[in-house]
Design a protein around this ligand. Structure first.
Ligand code: PLP
Length: 365
């Protein structure tokens, strides 16, 4: 029998989530964010499964986009950080990519070229997150430069990113949105253009009606995970795409007072049954998941006992009867929200799914 640690990737759930997003934002077009190997789900399979459901994919860079082109994915692809050097513009133009421009250098690079086909430009402004984007007072000049370039298609999209959209009602978010909308109006007036906008990541889409825009950019929610702590009705309807599972490969009775695992950090407070599961931090399960982190054994909750090893972890199954070697253990996914595990490990669901290593085989259904 092969090692049982594996990921199930549910493409029906993916399409369900995508349809749900269309329902809540019927006026918006969806840019499906599949950077970082589709958050660990496998970008090629995810891109294939989304064909016909969305009009635009998004990745971080040309290299990620070319992986998809080599697999014959024809959907247009947006480069979220734009080109890292001028030579990439030619590749973008030849391969049906749309390009973010977040600084003057990228615009200068574009103006210095003669591209075989014009590209669609996304002008990214910094409305207050202070990570990427042009200053609000530079935007008008940059918009003009792009608009006057033969290398740029007619419609330039104005985009921004919100820093704290997961905090509902946050005043900084209100300010970011107000400043962005103000800039948008100014540009439309100045240039007499109808300018499309793009604001929302998942948290903005789910938490901020005022953050709606022509193009929304869901990432984590496509994969069925909410970025918000609140249990909103929409969050309840999302279905997790990734389920991480393995099996029990050993079982033992541990007497009261004995300890389990590296560093002997967990102690049996009563006679206990400890199961060893074939999955560890070498499989993307976080080593800093503390004792008490839940797992599902035959649909019931059991708890991590002691430190997670590279290939294995121990769980306390004292309270569950009939547990045997070979029983399935779910680490996150269907029935166990990855955000709950992330909290026990002091991180977020985004990170846990994105850093899944190649060692864990994926099966798609
Ligand atoms: C990654 C990313 C997103 C998607 O974020 P989620 O929180 O996963 O929805 C949206 N927009 C930009 C610019 C991004 O880099």
């Amino acid at each position: 029998m092969p090692r049982p640690a594996k990921m199930k990737i549910d493409l029906t759930a993916l399409r369900h989530n995508c349809a749900l997003i269309s329902q809540v934002a019927p006026q918006s077009q969806i840019v499906a964010v599949i950077k970082a190997n589709a958050y660990g789900h496998g970008s090629i399979k995810i891109a294939e499964a989304l064909q016909g459901y969305i009009s635009l994919l998004a990745v971080s860079c040309v290299e990620e986009a070319m992986l998809l082109r080599h697999e014959d994915i024809k959907t247009p692809i947006l480069l979220l950080e734009g080109c890292f050097e001028a030579s990439e513009l030619l590749c973008a133009s030849q391969n049906n990519m749309e390009v973010v421009f977040h600084n003057q250098q990228q615009i200068d690079d574009l103006l210095s070229k003669q591209l075989p086909k014009p590209i669609r430009a996304w002008l990214k402004v910094d409305s207050g997150m202070h990570r990427l984007g042009l200053k609000l007072d530079e935007a008008q000049d940059c918009y003009r430069q792009l608009k006057n370039s033969k290398n740029v298609k007619d419609s330039i999209i104005l985009m921004t990113q919100i820093a704290s959209a997961d905090d509902l009602g946050n005043a900084h978010t209100q300010r970011q949105l107000a400043d962005f909308h103000q800039l948008h109006q100014t540009l439309e007036k100045e240039f007499g253009d109808k300018i499309e906008t793009s604001i929302g990541n998942s948290a903005t889409i789910m938490g901020w009606e005022t953050g709606s825009s022509d193009w929304i950019r869901p990432g984590i929610m496509l994969y069925g995970v909410s970025p918000l702590a609140e249990s909103l009705p929409l969050a309840e309807k999302l279905e997790p795409v990734m389920t991480l599972k393995s099996e029990i490969i050993a079982l033992r009775d541990v007497p009261k007072g004995d300890k389990v695992g590296y560093g002997s950090t967990w102690e049996a407070e009563k006679p206990s049954v400890i199961a060893t599961v074939a999955i560890g931090y070498g499989d993307g399960y976080p080593r800093n998941a503390r004792s008490g982190t839940p797992v599902l054994v035959n649909g019931q909750r059991a708890y991590v006992a002691g430190r997670v090893s590279m290939d294995m972890l121990s769980i306390d199954v004292t309270h569950i009867s009939g547990v045997k070697v070979g029983d399935e253990v779910i680490l996150w996914g269907k029935g166990l929200d990855i955000n709950e595990i992330a909290q026990w490990a002091n991180t977020i669901g985004h990170e846990l799914m994105t850093r899944m290593p190649m060692r864990v085989p994926k099966s798609y259904c």
